[in-house]
Design a protein around this ligand. Structure first.
Ligand code: DX5
Ligand code: ZN
Length: 219
């Protein structure tokens, strides 16, 4: 049974204080930092890019779990690797050749994540699972924090867990979007071992990050 990890999304952080916000997450017991990169093309929102990640990484020893909601993504992978991403997660729809993009990330000695939108079927990544370190299951349509959790994706997590056990694989299953104190337990029970959360961690209990992270881990 994998240890449950929390990857707080800085999309819900105070962007004018990002360095301090990451320190708060570290002190609050986060296992890694979920960095949502958006290009205003793959998703209708625009956030940060390699220069900001590079600046943040200089002040943090945390693992950067970088979620690339950008397309085309292949030609930018190296830039995010150089900026300090430790896990590079891409969307299959954002590359012409998923196999090549996965290989590129591995060549750069980074962990490979592939993200499935609520509408995206597991079949899209089935042939690549042996090469993947992490499957990021979206429980909202990507683009914004604070959206409503889509419980139907839990079946996808259960299916992934079953395939993982049948094939004897050990990729992490990360769930991302609308995770809160009510649904974190069912997400874990379904098979997720990494929970991404932005709004719940930064906004609940008067922004008591340590308390919010602990509450999310409770099974
Ligand atoms: C949405 C992002 C998520 C989002 C999570 O496109 O990928 O990581 O920031 O934020 P909450 O937890 O507020 O849904
Ligand atoms: Zn994300």
């Amino acid at each position: 049974m994998k240890k449950i990890q929390i990857s707080p999304s800085i999309l819900s952080a105070d962007f004018s204080q990002l360095g301090n916000e990451i320190k708060r997450l570290e002190e609050g017991g986060a296992d890694m930092i979920h960095v949502d990169v958006m290009d205003g093309h793959f998703v209708p929102n625009l956030t940060i890019g390699p220069p900001v990640i590079k600046a943040l990484k200089k002040h943090s020893s945390m693992l950067f779990d970088v979620h690339l909601m950008i397309s085309p993504v292949h030609k930018y992978i190296e830039a995010y690797s150089d900026a300090g991403a430790d896990i590079i997660t891409i969307h299959p729809e954002a590359t012409d050749n998923l196999k090549e993009s996965i290989l590129k990330i591995k060549e750069l000695k980074k962990k490979v994540g592939v993200s499935l939108n609520p509408e995206t079927k597991i079949e899209v990544i089935l042939d690549h699972l042996e090469q993947i370190d992490l499957v990021l299951v979206m429980s909202v349509n990507p683009g914004f924090g604070g959206q409503k959790f889509m419980p139907e994706v839990l079946n996808k997590i259960k299916e992934l867990k079953k395939i993982q056990q049948e094939k004897g694989l050990s990729f992490d299953i990360e769930i991302d979007g609308g995770i809160n104190f009510e649904n974190s337990k069912i997400a874990i029970e379904a098979g997720a071992n990494i929970l991404v959360s932005g709004t719940t961690i930064f906004k609940s209990n008067n922004g008591d990050i340590k308390k919010n992270i602990e509450l999310l881990k409770l099974k």
